[in-house]
Design a protein around this ligand. Sequence first.
Ligand SMILES: [Fe+2]
Ligand SMILES: [Fe+2]
Length: 280
Amino acid sequence: MILIAQLSDLHVGGARHEPRLLELALGEIAALRPDLVVIAGDLTDEGYPDQYELVRTALGRLDGLEVVAVPGNHDARHVGYLHWERLLGPREVTKRLELDGEQVTVVGVDSSKPDVDEGEIGREHYAPLAAALDEAADLRVFVCHHHLLPIPGTGRERNQVADAGDVLALLSAHGVDLVLGGHRHVPYAWRLGEMLVVHSGTAASLRTRAFPHPAYNLIKVEPDNVQVELRVPGAESQALGSFPRRHAAPVAADLPLGAPREGFEWLLPGTAEDQERILG
Ligand SMILES: [Fe+2]
Ligand SMILES: [Fe+2]
């Protein structure tokens, strides 16, 4: 089993950032010793150097672990993309790892643009992305901050990856198993074709939406399925869903939807009947 911890939207330095939550989340993750930690953007609130310094210090908790981090729109503010490179390292990464006997390709791309909230992968990325994904691998993971698919319970749809259609087609055609993102501050999982698209909530801030709790994800990749678990730092956890792995035999039609439900308040507009209809 390959264990991946996925967190995002720390918003360090922001008004609703909670250092206590970051401490809890990183402490819990460090204790679990996952095979891979993915940090899917918005590590800082405004991209300032002092905020990056705080992030760098906090991430010291993960020393010795395999960490892949990409910037979010907040990190790209105020030339934050330059501070990222200076204080955290490259904004984009391709890694080939052997995890639990499986060859794993992880590609992290910077979907942010300076001083705007909109996301884009950009055509200049397509050829290198395809080449990286075409290398032989048992598991292919793509990471970017912005969402390629809309996320329920996040209000008006905006800031989606501008070239989402082309990127989804490329990722699907080149065998991506897992797409990991953040940005909308609502944990959610979509299965699209044979890809599983998983978003983490905000791990260390109170900038929540439909799911009104800070959260991060634990992803367990088994030979035939992928289990996604939602964790509230210092508190409860629950299954977000269990999904068949690419090329695994189809399983029961009553798969969980991929939204947090049990034991948690879930705020969607409309009546209780509407929510029941939407969430099943
Ligand atoms: Fe965010
Ligand atoms: Fe964001």
